[in-house]
Design a protein around this ligand. Structure first.
Ligand code: 5GP
Ligand code: ZN
Length: 113
């Protein structure tokens, strides 16, 4: 997608600190961290939200989560982590390319649910 920040990061047109990459996704540091550890897991295929994804994209997303589960030590997530996916306007999604926030490195104080 033209003009998508995350597509540009995936193509290497915008620099990022990359923790992990495979054929289907990257994990990078968030540029404005909200916790001591704040990464973004970004599937390489461009779609905005889970209600817009097709079956193939849902399978890719499933594999991304499976891979993430195996990266706990590599990413320093041994003490637990919070995954957040903002979906659309009311959730304040700012980048319209589906991504998963990975937050860790402290005891989370606020719980929304
Ligand atoms: P959203 O609000 O869409 O759920 O999250 C978008 C996230 O992308 C935000 O946490 C924001 O800090 C991060 N972000 C926006 N632009 C960039 C960028 O150019 N590089 C990186 N690494 N993160 C970005
Ligand atoms: Zn994109």
């Amino acid at each position: 997608m033209e003009n998508c920040i995350f597509c540009k990061i995936i193509k290497g047109e915008i620099p990022s600190v990359k923790l992990y990459e495979n054929d289907e996704m990257i994990i990078i540091k968030d540029v404005a961290p909200q916790a001591p550890v704040h990464y973004l897991m970004i599937p390489k295929v461009h779609f905005k939200t889970i209600d817009e994804m097709n079956k193939e994209q849902s399978e890719i997303l499933g594999r991304c989560f499976y891979t993430l589960g195996g990266l706990k030590e590599k990413l320093g997530l041994e003490n637990g982590y919070r995954l957040i996916m903002n979906q659309g306007a009311d959730a304040c999604q700012t980048v319209p390319h589906l991504h998963v926030h990975i937050l860790a490195g402290k005891k989370m104080e606020e719980k929304m649910c």
